[in-house]
Ligand binder design. Structure first.
Ligand SMILES: [Zn+2]
Length: 259
């Protein structure tokens, strides 16, 4: 086996403890995966402890957590989040285009406020960033996780989630719009008193292929007093549009454009 400096070994083991997969540690440190596994095995044997990943899941070990941050994260997850939960590979991932550094930071912050262990990580990919939390407990927080795609199975909130969304409706809508929605500005010009003036019409859209998720979005908008309409489209996804001036003003106050 190739010799590695002791600092590399301890850095690798520290990363393992944070829940970072061997593949990623291997890429970052340039150490073969098998070596990391061997180090881990030796460390565990020396400590005489079975494998245990530290977690602070608020469902398994009840404790208070930031409910507004949870509502936002639920919106992100239902919009465009992914949970992987199989032996040796357990994480929550949210993908962002690199144009939205503000959203990336907001997602990381929400994860820290809900389930800070074992940590939040960023993975840079081609033109996008993956915000990732390696924990096997995300399905406890998002029981909507299941086999197949979200639009192929019913998405129904558990009573405790329902309560949080009712309490923090704006955070939920913000999460949905930040993941699968947008604010666009259409404009036109009109002659007013002989002068050509530019008029802007901001609108919000939320698009999703799950009718249940669309239903959760429109129910939350109704509860918040936001008028919306379904946009007629020829594709499988459904789009909810918020275009009325007073409703757009409400959305601007509580959601705002992506940043
Ligand atoms: Zn749990």
């Amino acid at each position: 086996m190739e010799q590695h400096a002791p600092e590399v070994r301890s850095t690798a083991l520290g990363m393992v403890r944070q829940g970072i997969p061997y593949r990623e540690i291997s890429e970052r440190l340039g150490v073969p995966r098998g070596t990391i596994g061997w180090w881990r095995h030796e460390e565990r044997r020396a400590a005489g402890t079975p494998f245990f990943r530290e977690h602070d899941c608020p469902r398994c070990r009840p404790r208070a957590f930031d409910r507004a941050a949870y509502s936002y994260l639920l919106g992100l997850y239902l919009g465009d989040g992914h949970i992987v939960c199989k032996p040796g590979q357990q994480h929550l991932s949210i993908f962002y285009s690199d144009e939205w550094p503000g959203l990336i930071a907001a997602a990381e912050e929400a994860i820290r406020r809900v389930m800070p262990l074992p940590g939040v990580h960023r993975r840079q990919k081609e033109g996008c960033t993956e915000v990732k939390s390696y924990s096997g407990h995300w399905p406890c927080l998002f029981p909507q996780h299941g086999p197949g795609r979200k639009h192929e199975r019913p998405i129904v909130l558990a009573p405790w989630q329902r309560e949080i969304v009712d309490e923090h409706g704006w955070a939920f809508v913000r999460g949905l719009v930040h993941s699968d929605g947008c604010r666009v500005v259409n404009w036109t010009t009109r002659l007013v008193g002989g002068q050509r003036k530019r008029y802007e019409y901001p609108r919000y859209f939320f698009t999703n292929t799950s009718a249940d998720i669309i239903g959760l979005c429109t129910a939350a908008l109704d509860a918040l007093g936001v008028s919306w309409t379904h946009l007629r489209q020829s594709r499988a996804a459904q789009t909810v549009s918020v275009a009325r001036r007073d409703s757009v003003a409400l959305m601007d106050r509580h959601v705002g454009p992506k940043s």
